[in-house]
Design a protein around this ligand. Structure first.
Ligand code: C5P
Length: 412
């Protein structure tokens, strides 16, 4: 992935044991295509060497405002003007206090103060002991930093290097990497609530067995991530899948289609957009045995009767039409052939404004895919790309449509 291609990030390290995580973070930023300029305070140098950070960033590290390498003698100006963002990770309690006061007696705080605030955002990943974190002074400083326009990335919770357990430790490198990538995504769905179903359903036959399908959930999870990055509040109703919950997404795990319907109906009431990516089992066994169905030795296989499952998408879309249509519903169609014809039929049958078609066998379990967006006016193809890239394009498309829909309502 190259989600940070073309971005230049000043990575500031301050004094704290979490400096060891900054090495991994630096590597992650570089791997995503960013150029990284590391700046360290004297305190940070007690925890990790500039040599380590130089090797990982592939650039000499800056540690002093008196650095003679800058011809004009102004590293605080030069470094802050080049940056697309300044990320302080770890940010100690002391460094936060210094930022709040606008102190500038060493390079990192000096360049934060000197940065053009309108064009160079400041991202802060605090790291400290739980008592320091909970102290009113720290909380006051956090609020002031936010008021001054900084983006606070939050803290993790759990075991701390000091042996205590609680809030205040630095987020993990992969979480900070995700937050940095998300920060640069356009906030096309800010203030919107997006509901997504994903994965297969599992229809139990007995306590041991059931029927399901090959859906991995990857497309739905990628859409959840893309919507969250776009500023939406995301609820993800997931069938049984082995995928990590995208950061910042609220996940509700279900097994069967009926459970998925129940969870989805509850969430749909407050949602603005519903995207049904789940591969819901069309049928379920009519009876679910309380105990394992055993072979009886006769050689006869049991006869299993199936009943049709509720259509979650059609049900939610019907409800939305009945209540003034404020919920924008998007369906998915996984077909093995004649994608366009099947997708057109499905668009009409489900009564939805947008249907996304894909070829099932070429999509299931894969990290990339190819989509066909179909509405009442025609079809548009999104060529093969990673599922996350396609998810971002789909989110942008939906954002345009709900913007247009709002304008239509406004002028009606
Ligand atoms: O009818 P078909 O299963 O092909 O339609 C696919 C679309 O409908 C997908 O968006 C899927 O999530 C949704 N669906 C559903 N409930 C079902 C069957 C399909 O929400 N029982």
């Amino acid at each position: 992935m190259n989600d940070l291609a073309g971005k230049h990030i000043v990575l500031g390290l301050t004094g704290g044991i979490a400096c060891y995580k900054a090495a991994q973070l630096c590597r992650g930023l570089v791997k995503e295509g960013a150029t990284v300029q590391v700046v360290m305070t004297e305190g940070a140098e007690q925890f990790i060497t500039a040599v380590t950070m130089q090797a990982l960033s592939n650039r000499p590290v800056y540690t002093s405002q008196w650095d003679a390498r800058e011809p004009n003698g102004m590293p605080h100006i030069n470094l802050s003007r080049e940056a697309d963002a300044i990320l302080i990770a770890p940010c100690s309690a002391d460094f936060m206090a210094r930022l709040v006061q606008g102190r500038s007696d060493e390079l990192l705080s000096l360049l934060c103060l000197a940065r053009p605030r309108d064009t160079v955002p400041l991202l802060i990943a605090p790291a400290m002991n739980r008592e320091m974190w909970a102290h009113p002074a720290t909380q006051r400083n956090m609020a002031q930093l936010a008021a001054d326009g900084a983006t606070l990335l939050g803290v993790g919770s759990g075991w701390q290097a000091c042996g205590e357990t609680g809030d205040g430790r630095m987020l993990e490198p992969d979480q900070l990497l995700h937050d940095t990538i998300a920060f640069f995504q356009p906030k096309l769905l800010a203030g919107k609530r997006v509901l997504i179903t994903a994965g297969p359903t599992f229809e139990a036959l007995d306590p041991i067995r059931g029927i399901t399908n090959h859906s991995s959930g990857k497309m739905g999870f990628a859409i959840a991530r893309a919507a969250q990055e776009a500023g939406a509040e995301v609820a993800l109703v997931a069938g049984p899948v082995a995928l990590a919950t995208p950061r910042g997404v609220r996940r509700i795990d279900v097994q069967s289609a009926r459970q998925m319907l129940q969870a989805t109906e509850a969430q749909a009431q407050s949602a603005h957009v519903f995207i049904a990516t789940a591969a819901v089992a069309d049928w379920r066994p009519a009876e679910q045995a309380g105990q394992k169905i055993k072979k009886d030795g006769s050689g006869d296989a049991p006869t299993i009767r199936f009943v049709e499952n509720p259509d979650i998408l059609a049900t939610i879309a019907r409800g939305a039409r009945a209540t003034s249509g404020a919920l924008f519903c998007v369906g998915f169609a996984a077909e093995s052939h004649d994608l366009l014809a099947h997708a057109k039929a499905k668009l009409a049958r489900k009564g939805i404004p947008l249907l996304v078609g894909n070829i099932g066998p070429a999509a299931f379990g894969q990290d990339d895919n190819q989509l066909l967006l179909l509405d009442a006016h025609g079809a548009r193809e999104l060529p093969r790309a990673s599922k996350l890239e396609l998810a971002r394009q789909l989110v942008a498309d939906i954002a345009r449509r709900i913007g247009a829909q709002r304008q239509q309502h406004a002028s009606a």
